[in-house]
Ligand binder design. Structure first.
Ligand SMILES: Cc1cc2nc3c(=O)[nH]c(=O)nc-3n(C[C@H](O)[C@H](O)[C@H](O)COP(=O)(O)O)c2cc1C
Length: 370
């Protein structure tokens, strides 16, 4: 009888042999340097976590207009690609694998963060109800500028170019952030898309942008090195849809023929904002999506092990536990207590709460004598 797989059983994702089924979730940490270039601290942070079967980086903008925060990393300049190369080299040297998450903020941005103080772009002129952190503090979200139909191909081209730079930067693959109210998600849902052109209206229209971006990414990297993240029915960043179950099952069906590396599905945004859907997104999609599913949201050792052992998923994605436990894989293996993440240091700041969470070995080391 074949052995039942567990979290530590190697698995193949696309052409990649992963040494375990534990994936580090994409998490924005707002610690990039000048020009949105990855720093040495980021090299340390990611390489500390390289024992994950796969790391997915924090959201990384594919263009200046895609930037959503004060110090996120980008992937649209050669300097940024060179900075990321140091990260990927360090992760590979430690035996890990790493995908970059491409995140265009769209209306989750502010003119204060964008070139020439341009208004953020979006499918329609509908503002998010709430505040955004900018260079001079919190401001209400602005009414974004709707993208003209003829501008959309240029935005897709930005994603394509970022995929090209991802090769130069040494990434094993790319993930499209199409969840939690970022640009592709803004097009998908009825609450933020009131367009009457080919990129709005019907399900076909509202998913067109996402699918065209995916085709562009697959064209560069090959579909088996491309993933996508969705979070069906979560309302964070004012993501409202008239019929989320219908919208996301439609999208999953349309993704099937692409033959992607995986479909990453959020159960919980991790932001402590927004509300959950009235259905379990994995249950919703399992019968529809024919490829590899990566569920994320609130997993611990027991629930992750059970999900893999019962065949409900091939891999399990962990977010916040990876922030505070660089050796999460080892801690899960030994079933020992975890460090708790400090929410005050999630976004921005120095290395405190970033690269100074101790491993088990560091905890056991006797205090240095002066
Ligand atoms: C500090 C922080 C930043 C995050 N940034 C991103 C991001 O850039 N891209 C993304 O897809 N999800 C992001 N998320 C969501 C996580 O990837 C993950 O889906 C969520 O935390 C739920 O998993 P968990 O319960 O294991 O933490 C973020 C979550 C946190 C806590």
């Amino acid at each position: 009888m074949p052995m039942q797989p567990g979290l530590f059983t190697p698995v193949k994702v696309g052409p990649l042999e992963l040494r375990n089924r534990i994936v580090m979730s994409p998490m924005t940490r707002i610690r990039a340097g000048e020009g949105c270039v990855p720093t040495e601290s980021m090299v340390r942070y990611y390489s500390q976590r390289a024992s994950a079967g796969l790391i997915i980086t924090e959201g990384t903008h594919p263009s200046q207009m895609g930037r959503g925060y004060t110090f996120p990393p980008g992937l649209h300049t050669d300097e940024q690609a060179a900075g990321w190369r140091k990260v990927t080299d360090a992760v590979h040297a430690a035996g890990g694998r790493i995908f970059v998450q491409l995140m265009h903020a769209g209306r989750v941005s502010h003119s204060n963060l964008l070139p020439d103080h341009a208004l953020p772009v979006a499918p329609s002129a509908i503002a998010i109800n709430g505040d955004v952190h900018t260079f001079d503090g919190k401001h209400p979200f602005e009414i974004p500028r709707p993208l003209a139909t003829e501008e959309i191909s240029a935005v897709i081209e930005e994603y394509r170019r970022a995929a090209e730079l991802s090769i130069k930067a040494g990434f094993d693959g790319v993930e499209l952030h199409a969840a939690t109210g970022y640009l592709p998600n803004q097009f998908q849902v009825t609450g933020s898309n009131r367009r009457t052109d080919a990129y709005g209206g019907s399900l076909d229209g509202r998913t067109r942008f996402t699918l065209e971006v995916m085709e562009a990414l697959c064209g560069v990297r090959g579909a088996d090195r491309v993933g996508i993240k969705i979070a069906p029915g979560y309302t964070v960043n004012d993501t409202f849809d008239d019929d989320p179950a219908k919208t996301y099952t439609y999208l999953a069906r349309r993704l099937n023929p692409l033959g992607l590396a995986y479909l990453h599905v959020g159960y919980d945004s991790g932001y402590g904002r927004g509300t959950a859907p009235p259905f379990n997104p994995i249950d919703l999609l399992r019968s529809v999506y024919t490829g590899t599913l990566l569920p994320v949201g609130g997993f611990n050792k027991a629930t992750g092990e059970a999900a893999v052992a019962e065949g409900r998923t091939d891999l399990v994605v962990y977010g916040r536990m990876f922030i505070s436990n660089p050796d999460l894989v080892e801690r899960l293996r030994l079933d020992v207590p975890m460090n708790s993440p400090d929410v005050r240091t999630f976004y921005g700041g120095d290395d405190h709460g970033y690269t100074d969470y101790p491993t088990l070995a560091e905890e056991k080391r006797p205090a240095q004598s002066p």
